[in-house]
Design a protein around this ligand. Sequence first.
Ligand SMILES: Nc1nc2c(c(=O)[nH]1)N=C([C@H](O)[C@H](O)COP(=O)(O)OP(=O)(O)OP(=O)(O)O)CN2
Length: 136
Amino acid sequence: MKVAVYRKEHFNAAHRLHNPEWSAEENERVFGKCNNPNFHGHNYELIVKLLGPIDPGTGYVYDMKILSDLIKTHVLNKFDHKNLNLDTDEFRNLNPTAENIAVAIWNILRKKIDTKYDLTIRLYETERNFVEYDGN
Ligand SMILES: Nc1nc2c(c(=O)[nH]1)N=C([C@H](O)[C@H](O)COP(=O)(O)OP(=O)(O)OP(=O)(O)O)CN2
């Protein structure tokens, strides 16, 4: 039997969607206002899902306090109130789309959480735009 636990967090960050191999016109055509050279911000909502067995001792799948601390230490401290393009190693040479941010967060947390738990990252870039990544 497996049960899913979820932790919801949020962070604010600035970014610019841009492909340096394309012309300015092509970038503007593809990314529109998200290509603004002066960057723009989003209030990201992050949902981390862990799927695993209930520990018979604690009754927990995973201690949410520990999960919260892991996210704060390894994800929020890295991305919150940052310019993703300029301030982070992850996106210095990678377009900080919602998809790429979700994969980056999954890669960070996967190293910190036992593989007996399936990990899924859902990331809301706006209220209506969101992505999900589970390592597949
Ligand atoms: N596949 C992706 N498509 C888009 C991404 C992305 O990361 N992956 N990102 C963007 C923009 O950065 C941004 O999310 C779009 O903002 P906006 O158009 O303002 O979206 P809203 O949901 O706030 O507004 P609507 O008017 O409801 O669209 C674009 N595409």
